[in-house]
Design a protein around this ligand. Structure first.
Ligand code: FIX
Ligand code: ZN
Length: 445
C-alpha cells in the first residue's frame, strides 16, 4: 500500500529544510496586537504632519520609524541634553521620523531588532532599504489604500487572523465603539476587552465607571461588584471579545497585601467580578505581568520598563480559580523558567509569547527551547504585539525563522532516539504552535 506524502518519514538530512518549509507556509493566528481596521480611523500624512491624528489604525513609513522602540533608541544616540524631549514631541510626525532615520539608519548602522525589522519590512515590500531619506518610501505608502494594504500585509506575513487590544478605559477607543457599534465587523480582526485600570487602580477606575452610568463605589461592595460585572458584560457583548486582558505591574501579588488598599480593591474586583464573568462565558483572562509604566514619562509610550513579577501568584490564581483559563506572558527574562514549571502544574495556564523586551532573537530562541523542553508543544510561542500594521511582516518573519530553528533542534533530539518523524507530525505540531493551541484554549468550554 503506498503511503501518502504526509505519512512519509522525514530523513535526517532533510529535516531542517522540511521544518522551515512547513513553518514558513503556516498561517498564523496573531493573538496579541495593537492593530485596527480602517474603521477605527487612520492618520493621513500631509505637509504639516498628519490629519485625523487620533486615528487608531497606524501604518506606513512614518509610523514604522517613530515606533516607540525606536524613539527610545534614538534618544541614546542624540540624548535629551542635546535634543530636549519636548522639542522632539513638538515636531510633526514626519520630522520625528526623519530625525530617527538619519541617526539610527544613516549615520549609524541599524543593528537593533527594531531597526532591522524596518529594513526587513521595506525589503519584503519590494523597496530598497538603503535610502538616505524617507521620501521614496513616503511616495510608495502614499499610493496604498489602507484596506487593501491590510490584505497585502497579511498575505506577506501569512497572518490569517489579527487579535486587537481594545482598551475600554481609553476615551478615543471607547467613544469610537459607542458611536459606531459595527466598527469592528471586519472578519480579519477579533476584539479583546482590555481593562488594566480595573485592577491596577480600581478606585480611580471606579470614578470613570460612575461617569459611564455604573453605580460603582470606590470600595468594591457586593452591589458595586455586581455593577462591575454588568460593565464587563456590556463591553464583552459590544465587542464580541474573544478574551479579557490586562497588563499588571511587577509588584502584582495574589492574594494582595491587605495593607495596600488599592491592591486589595483590585484583587477583590479580579476575584469577584472579572474572573466570575470570564468563567461564566468560558473566556480566557490574559495576564501580562511585569510592566512598570512610565519609568521615564518624558519618553511617553517609550517610557515603560520591566521588572521581575511574582510567579507563585500566577499559580495561586490558577489553583484557586480552576474554572478559569489563564493566558499568561511575563515581561522579565528571569520569570520564564518559573512560569514554564507553573504551567506544568496547571492545565488552565497557557504561557504565550516573547513579550516586548523579550521579542529579540536571542531571547526568543532561549525561551522557546525552554518551553519545548518543559511543556512539549503545549504553549503559544509568539505574538507580534504589532502597533503598526506593516510590523507584522518583520515580527513574524523574524520569529518564524527562530522558532523553526529551535523546532528543528527539538526534532533532531527526538530523532536521535530512533523515533521516526513523519511530515504529518511536523505539520500537526506547527499548526498547533501557530494557531491551534490558542484556538483550542479559546474554544475549551
Ligand atoms: O501592555 C501591552 O500590551 C504592551 O505590549 C504595550 O503597552 C507595549 O507598549 C508594546 O507595544 C510592547 O511591545
Ligand atoms: Zn501589547
Amino acid at each position: 500500500m503506498t503511503s501518502n506524502v504526509t505519512d512519509s518519514i522525514v530523513e535526517w538530512d532533510k529535516l531542517e529544510m522540511t521544518v522551515r518549509d512547513v513553518v514558513g507556509r503556516e498561517p498564523i493566528c496573531d493573538m496579541h496586537t495593537h492593530l485596527y481596521p480602517p474603521t477605527f480611523g487612520t492618520p493621513v500624512p500631509n505637509r504639516t504632519g498628519r490629519v485625523n491624528a487620533s486615528g487608531l489604525m497606524l501604518w506606513g513609513i512614518d509610523e514604522l520609524v517613530t515606533y516607540h522602540y525606536l524613539i527610545a533608541e534614538v534618544f541614546r544616540v542624540v540624548p535629551s541634553s542635546q535634543l530636549p524631549y519636548e522639542t522632539f514631541w513638538s515636531w510633526p510626525k514626519q520630522r520625528q521620523a526623519d530625525h530617527i532615520w538619519q541617526y539610527l539608519f544613516v549615520e549609524n548602522t541599524p543593528l537593533s531588532e527594531a531597526c532591522r525589522g524596518i529594513l526587513t519590512t521595506l525589503t519584503r515590500l519590494g523597496l530598497d532599504p538603503n535610502e538616505k531619506s524617507l521620501s521614496a518610501y513616503r511616495a510608495f505608502f502614499n499610493h496604498q489604500d489602507p484596506d487593501e494594504y491590510i490584505d497585502r500585509v497579511m498575505e506577506l506575513s501569512n497572518v490569517k487572523s489579527i487579535t486587537m487590544t481594545n482598551a475600554v478605559f481609553d476615551d478615543n477607543e471607547r467613544n469610537r465603539w459607542l458611536s459606531e457599534p459595527t466598527i469592528a465587523k471586519d472578519p480579519r480582526f477579533r476584539a479583546v476587552l482590555r481593562i488594566d485600570p480595573l485592577v491596577r487602580n480600581y478606585p480611580h477606575a471606579s470614578e470613570k465607571l460612575r461617569r459611564w452610568g455604573y453605580q460603582a463605589d470606590s470600595k468594591p461592595t457586593p452591589a458595586t461588584l455586581a455593577e462591575v460585572r454588568r460593565f464587563l458584560s456590556d463591553w464583552l457583548d459590544r465587542q464580541s471579545a474573544i478574551y479579557v486582558a490586562m497588563s499588571l505591574p511587577p509588584e502584582f501579588l495574589y492574594p494582595a497585601p491587605t495593607a495596600d488598599p488599592v491592591a486589595a480593591a483590585g484583587q477583590c474586583v479580579l476575584a469577584e467580578a472579572i474572573l466570575p464573568v470570564c468563567a461564566e462565558r468560558r473566556l480566557p483572562l490574559a495576564l501580562m505581568i511585569g510592566s512598570s509604566l512610565q519609568t521615564n514619562p518624558a519618553l511617553r509610550d517609550a517610557g515603560d520598563t520591566v521588572s521581575k513579577g511574582d510567579v507563585p501568584s500566577v499559580g495561586r490564581l490558577c489553583r484557586n480559580f480552576p474554572n478559569n483559563k489563564f493566558l499568561v506572558t511575563m515581561l522579565s527574562r528571569e520569570n520564564q523558567h518559573e512560569l514554564c514549571v507553573t504551567a506544568r502544574k496547571f492545565g488552565n495556564l497557557m504561557p504565550f509569547g516573547c513579550w516586548w523586551f523579550l521579542n529579540n532573537p536571542s531571547l526568543i530562541a532561549e525561551i522557546t527551547e525552554m518551553r519545548f523542553e518543559l511543556l512539549g508543544r503545549t504553549f503559544v510561542p509568539q505574538h507580534s504585539d504589532a502597533r503598526i500594521l506593516d510590523q507584522l511582516i518583520y515580527k513574524w518573519g523574524h520569529s518564524r525563522e527562530i522558532i523553526a530553528g529551535v523546532l528543528t533542534e527539538m526534532y533532531r533530539r527526538t530523532a536521535r532516539t530512533g523515533r521516526k518523524l513523519r511530515l504529518q507530525d511536523i505539520q500537526r505540531d506547527t499548526t498547533a504552535l501557530f494557531s491551534g493551541n490558542f484556538e483550542a484554549f479559546l474554544a475549551d468550554r
